[in-house]
Design a binder for this molecule. Structure first.
Ligand SMILES: Nc1ncnc2c1ncn2[C@@H]1O[C@H](COP(=O)(O)OP(=O)(O)O)[C@@H](O)[C@H]1O
Ligand SMILES: [Mg+2]
Length: 303
């Protein structure tokens, strides 16, 4: 993998359009590209006019596209989690475990986690050199970017307590004899919970490394020439900084449609690389040539 591109910005500013531009531009140069969407409201298929992108499909030269079905991902993610809970804690004979499924499904953070694992699965196995991710709305995307780091801290804390539990168990077993605790594991090496925590930790570290590696991952902030998208972009920039991340390029798309000045934009994004993209008027939908035209002048800077 040579580059990962993540597009951020308010709804409707042109994130999907810009991710399409970049994907086609790279493919046009002969690069191997995987462009996927984790936005529950996909529209890659609308842009390229290809139906059913539930699996990666070769849509142009070496460009593959996929719209990840977040809902079914969430379902299988939950099923797998409940299955693991059942197999790890079977000795507890928990009653009513089925209801855990519904509780978890509606718990805060589940959608973010499912999307994060969907991203993980793709980044881990991708064979293309360039990966372009079309993201969901801002709030969700920022939480997804924040999750690996939060999870790493949580998992380390959980590991700490689990190791203490195993320690206590060993002491009990030493005094009362190993049979006293029946099947309960005594060492980290044969403990399923530790194994599970380690496996999540590996995944989260993998994602955190990718999200924070500025040579590999380029974050592109898209906005329009209006005050609302400018304010939202400012918040995105601030949140990214709190996460120890930054924006690599700012695309001011649909120039000419509204009227805030370049000075106002420069005040917010002082010292940042900015590119202005014209509003292509009278276009019912954008053709591949339009998308390639929109990529001129900035796509090259990102590779
Ligand atoms: N530079 C542009 N000129 C004309 N129309 C554009 C331009 N950029 C985006 N659009 C149109 O604006 C709409 C929203 O773009 P989209 O990429 O779906 O936004 P987002 O993914 O940020 O919600 C689409 O209809 C798209 O064709
Ligand atoms: Mg979109």
């Amino acid at each position: 993998m040579k580059r990962v591109f993540i597009f951020l910005g308010k709804g409707g500013v042109g994130k999907t359009t810009s991710s399409a531009s970049l994907s086609f531009w790279l493919a046009e140069r002969g690069e191997k590209v995987f462009w996927f969407s984790v936005d529950p409201a996909h529209n890659i298929s609308d842009i390229v006019g290809v139906k059913d992108l539930s699996q990666p499909k070769n849509i142009y030269k070496n460009l593959y596209a996929q719209e990840v079905d977040v809902e079914s991902y969430l379902k299988s993610f939950l099923e797998e989690t409940v299955f693991k809970i059942k197999s790890i804690y079977k000795y507890l004979k928990v009653s009513g475990l089925e209801s855990i499924f519904d509780i978890m499904r509606l718990s805060p953070g589940m959608e973010e986690s499912a999307i994060l694992y969907a991203i993980y699965d793709r980044l881990k196995t991708v064979e293309s050199d360039y990966v372009v991710i079309d993201t969901p709305p801002t709030g969700l995307t920022l939480r997804i970017l924040a999750l690996p780091n939060i999870n790493i801290k949580w998992i380390n804390a959980l590991k700490h307590w689990r190791l203490k539990i195993l320690d206590r168990r060993s002491m009990v077993a030493h005094v009362k004899g190993e049979d006293y605790l029946e099947d309960a594991s005594l060492t980290p090496q044969d403990d399923k919970v530790i194994e599970e925590l380690e496996s999540h930790l590996d995944k989260m570290r993998f994602l955190e490394d990718i999200f924070t590696n500025r040579a590999l991952t380029k974050k592109i902030l898209v906005l329009n020439q209006d005050r609302l998208s400018l304010s939202e972009s400012e918040r995105i920039l601030n949140t990214l900084r709190e996460l120890g991340m930054d924006v690599d390029l700012i695309l001011i798309n649909k120039w000419g449609l509204c009227n805030i000045t370049e000075d106002e934009i420069n005040r917010v994004f002082y010292g940042k690389e900015k590119v202005v993209l014209p509003f292509l008027e009278h276009k019912f939908s954008l053709s591949r040539d339009d998308l390639l035209f929109l990529a001129e002048g900035w796509a090259e800077r990102l590779i």
